[in-house]
Design a protein. Structure first.
Length: 326
């Protein structure tokens, strides 16, 4: 028993000596450190396109699909393809209705974790990405990038079928449905077609007169939410869209684009009747009434009709003056 114990002790001492020799800093001077060896192992799979390195070959394979455009994971329901299997898993929940990620604040559920994280920014109120042009803040960097295009006028998403360009990829996707023959939504009143159900619902309010978006400040109502947002800037005296030529500022990007045609001389809107051109669509609509003889502005007092709202306002002043005189 004593002999065995003595041998065991000697072995332990020998092992400790070996360990000491391995971890001796003096012995590491000539070769790479342990950390350097770990990092070398971690980065042995390098992308030949961009130089990005990965610790696993599987991660490199997935990354390379960014360059090749390969999307091997296809949805059996709708045919949409993805470069990552995880993206396909999340996408399938659109068809199954599964929403496993629930917000602890309000109970709202989401199909993807990223959607939940985005949503939670509403509760936290955290908006760390601020636009230097107008001060508008966003909870995501992607939101700020998209917003910047409002100021720059950049439209990087171009339709390969007709050349029409868009500032957002989602707008291009909706537009492309028209070329691909996918489902379009048609207005029963005038026949206008839209690529999404929400857009046709917005359009139909022109016919129904419904204005569900009301200003808290003055009570004025609007057909579209974005028009209400533009209107509310008047109350805040906010004009984030500035002309680079003359410095004049506007509450909406649409008004800025219309104004910039004063400098460029561009008149893209043409009357089909006489060929006269205009800077704004609203000018064409007003002009067309000279051909159609349409007079949509009617006096509630006497029934007299006018082509322009300004003419009706002037006419109504006469009734008001008559009432004051009597």
């Amino acid at each position: 028993m004593r002999r065995k114990t003595r041998n065991f002790k000697q072995k332990t001492v020998q092992d400790n000596k070996t360990l000491t020799e391995v971890s001796d800093p003096e012995s590491e001077k000539d070769g790479p450190t342990i950390n350097e060896r770990i990092q070398a192992v971690k980065r042995q799979y390098v992308c030949t396109e961009c130089g990005k390195a990965f610790s696993q070959s599987a991660n490199l394979t997935v990354h390379e699909r960014i360059h090749t455009g390969e999307k091997p994971y296809k949805c059996k329901e709708c045919g949409k393809a993805f470069s990552h299997s995880s993206n396909l898993v999340v996408h399938r929940r659109i068809h199954t209705g599964l929403k496993p990620y629930t917000c602890s604040e309000c109970g709202k559920s989401f199909s993807g974790k990223s959607h939940l994280i985005r949503h939670q920014g509403i509760h936290s109120g955290e908006k760390t990405y601020e636009c230097k042009e107008c001060g508008k803040a966003f909870s995501r960097s992607s939101g700020l990038i998209s917003h910047h295009r409002v100021h720059t006028g950049e439209k990087p998403y171009t339709c390969i079928e007709c050349g029409k360009a868009f500032s957002r990829s989602s707008n291009l996707t909706q537009h492309q449905r028209m070329h691909k023959g996918k489902k379009v939504y048609k207005c029963k009143e005038c026949g206008k077609t839209c690529v999404s159900n929400t857009k046709i619902m917005d359009h139909q309010r022109i016919h129904t007169g419904e204005k569900p978006y009301e200003c808290d400040e003055c009570g004025k109502a609007f057909i579209l939410k974005k028009t209400l947002n533009e209107h509310q800037r008047l109350h805040r005296r906010e004009k984030p869209y500035k002309c680079s030529e003359c410095g004049k500022a506007f509450t909406s990007n649409r008004n800025l684009i219309d104004h910039q045609r004063v400098h460029t001389g561009e008149k893209p809107y043409k009357c089909n009747e006489c060929g006269k051109t205009f800077r704004q669509t609203s000018q064409v609509i007003l002009h067309l009434r000279t051909h159609t003889k349409e007079k949509p502005y009617k006096c509630s007092e006497c029934g007299k009709a006018y082509r322009y709202s300004s003419q009706l306002i002037q006419h109504q002043r006469k009734h008001n003056e008559e009432k004051e005189m009597s």
